[in-house]
Every structure is written in structure tokens, then in C-alpha cells.
Ligand binder design. Structure first.
Ligand code: SF4
Length: 224
């Protein structure tokens, strides 16, 4: 319980962060303008802290909140196509208690997995700037300091993979990204996958079978 309350305290600090002027302006603008289908929602429009099991052995590392997904709901990958694909897969893998994620308080609980991202505010065109990733890495450091059981870093996409390498102080050229790439890093392993974006899943670049195989491998590496 000590870990949980420390995480909650950290999350409150993250939610108040306004260090990246471009992202603060964008996340709030999206929250005001909204998408027509969500016009009755009050968008979260703040940084999205991590979510999951404080005893996680798998850290799932995404890129950034989706403008109308987690920037609307306030929970990673919740409320958009990426999340539909991801959470259904986590459920099939036995890493969660339900296949759907629609809003905070929907009953979803992760088992053995914690989800966070390279940046915690929605960026224009889903493209955070290098300095924004660098700034947000401090929040990554603080979150990971409270997740002592993590054995597998599962990076979703090349930018998340590179952000993790930067965070770990490792040369990008020594650990190139590929779908299914796997690098032992002392007590941990860096495993990477194509991102679960709609662009990848609708074009077949990332299929459910491919992602199920990644989660199976992550579980094996994590001893789950
Ligand atoms: S991206 Fe990270 S560092 Fe920048 S404002 Fe959001 S929470 Fe703060």
C-alpha cells in the first residue's frame, strides 16, 4: 500500500505539470474544441499519469496520449482505437480483468502490467518534440523509481523505444528498433513492438497475432 500511495502522490504532481508550453496549449485547445462525437464530454486536457499494477513486472511504454483518447478520458490508451486493440490483447494474455477500456472508473484493473508513455501530454500530430520527450523523462524516472518489480520494458513503436534508450543512457545505434527486437539490459530486458496505432493495426502492419506473440514473450521474460 505504501507504493500505491507514493504513486498516487506522484500522479497528482504529474497532473499539475505545465512545463511544455506547446503541449499545454494543444492539450487544452483540443479539450475545448472537442470532436463532435464527444461534444458532451468534459475533456481531461491535462497530463495523463501512468496506470496499472504497482507490482508490475512488465512496463508498457507508449508514445503520448491520443488527442481524443486519453487526453479526453485521463487514462492511458483509454477511449480510442489504439486502446481497443491494446486492452483486448492484454485481456487475452491474462494481464487484465476485462477487455474494454472506456473511461476512468470502468472497473479495468491490470495484473502485472503498468502503462506509461514517453510524454504525458497530447502532442499535435502525435509528434512530441525531442526537448518535450527529454523534459517528460523526469516523470518517467520518478514513476519507475516506484516500480521496483519491473523486469521487461515493452516499448510501443520506435519513438518510445528510443526514448527508453535515452532515459536509460544507452546509445540508440547500439540497440536498433525492430518489431520483436529484444535486448538484455542487466536485470531488465527491452522488448519492442510496432505501436498499436490505428494506422498500424488497420493496415495489417501489426496484427492481433503479432501483438499476442509479443505479449506472450513479455510474460515469459517477466516470469509471469
Ligand atoms: S509532456 Fe510531460 S513534462 Fe511536458 S507538460 Fe506534459 S507532463 Fe509536463
Amino acid at each position: 500500500m505504501k507504493t500505491l500511495s507514493a504513486l498516487e502522490t506522484l500522479h497528482q504532481q504529474i497532473i499539475s505539470c505545465r512545463q511544455c508550453p506547446r503541449l499545454v496549449a494543444w492539450r487544452e485547445r483540443v479539450g475545448q474544441e472537442k470532436r463532435a462525437a464527444y461534444r458532451h464530454w468534459i475533456y481531461w486536457a491535462r497530463p495523463v499519469p501512468g496506470f496499472g499494477d504497482p507490482q508490475a513486472r512488465i512496463l508498457l511504454f507508449g508514445l503520448a496520449p491520443g488527442a481524443h483518447g486519453s487526453n479526453r478520458t485521463g487514462r492511458p490508451f483509454t477511449g480510442d482505437a489504439s486502446g481497443e486493440f491494446l486492452y483486448a490483447a492484454l485481456y487475452r494474455a491474462g494481464l487484465s480483468n476485462q477487455p474494454k477500456a472506456t473511461h476512468q472508473g470502468d472497473g479495468l484493473a491490470l495484473q502485472g502490467v503498468y502503462i506509461t508513455a514517453a510524454v504525458r501530454c497530447a502532442p499535435p500530430a502525435n509528434k512530441p518534440a525531442p526537448e518535450e520527450i527529454k523534459r517528460c523523462a523526469e516523470w518517467t524516472r520518478l514513476e519507475l523509481a516506484l516500480l521496483s518489480q519491473v523486469r521487461v520494458y515493452l516499448a510501443l513503436g520506435q519513438i518510445a523505444h528510443q526514448a527508453l534508450l535515452d532515459y536509460l543512457g544507452l546509445r540508440r545505434s547500439a540497440f536498433p528498433f525492430a518489431h520483436g527486437s529484444e535486448y538484455p539490459l542487466g536485470q531488465q530486458v527491452l522488448l519492442s513492438s510496432y505501436h498499436v496505432s490505428r494506422q498500424n493495426t488497420q493496415t495489417g502492419k501489426l496484427t492481433t497475432a503479432m501483438f499476442d506473440a509479443i505479449l506472450k514473450r513479455a510474460k515469459a521474460l517477466a516470469g509471469l
